[in-house]
Ligand binder design. Structure first.
Ligand SMILES: [Zn+2]
Length: 154
């Protein structure tokens, strides 16, 4: 009975407009896109805006403003609040080393599991490729404060 009830709520037709994608073998759940307005190619929008950016030419202007503010981060008036916003925004994602999802990148990088991986020999495959490359930069010695002092005394 519960099954029937659940089924009832799961049947019906999609609200238009929609796109439904389904594997022909019918082994997988279909997935859908339902929007109030389907994409419309807007030729009148100014380049280089996306032709699908229909009503929001202002959003692109905002984006460039943000970029400019980050570049001139010495300017405290506009730059500070945006930088804070970026810092506060936690980076969610998936770690391919630990095979696990995380809510905050920084916290995950400090977790025991990830640190174990980072210090393991699992990066041998990378090191093997790196060892085939030729190091041809000028390598300076470390600029230690002690050396500076010696220079000054001489
Ligand atoms: Zn990890």
């Amino acid at each position: 009975r519960v099954g029937i009830g659940a089924q009832k709520t799961r049947t019906g037709r999609l609200k238009k407009p929609f796109v439904k994608v389904e594997d022909m073998s019918q082994l997988y759940r279909p997935f859908y896109l339902q929007l109030t307005n389907m994409p419309f190619i807007n030729y009148s929008i100014q380049k280089p805006c996306s032709p699908f950016d229909v009503d929001k030419p202002s959003s692109i202007q905002k984006q460039t403003q943000v970029k400019l503010r980050i570049q001139t981060d010495g300017d405290k008036c506009g730059g500070t609040p945006i930088q804070l916003q970026l810092k506060e925004k936690k980076k969610k994602g998936y770690c391919e080393c630990c095979l696990m999802k995380y809510e905050d990148l920084e916290t995950h990088l400090l977790s025991e599991q990830h640190r174990n991986f980072a210090q393991s020999n699992q990066y041998q495959v990378v090191d093997d490729i790196v060892s085939k490359l030729v190091f041809d930069f000028v390598e300076y010695e470390r600029d230690t404060p002690e050396k500076k002092r010696i220079k000054y005394s001489v």
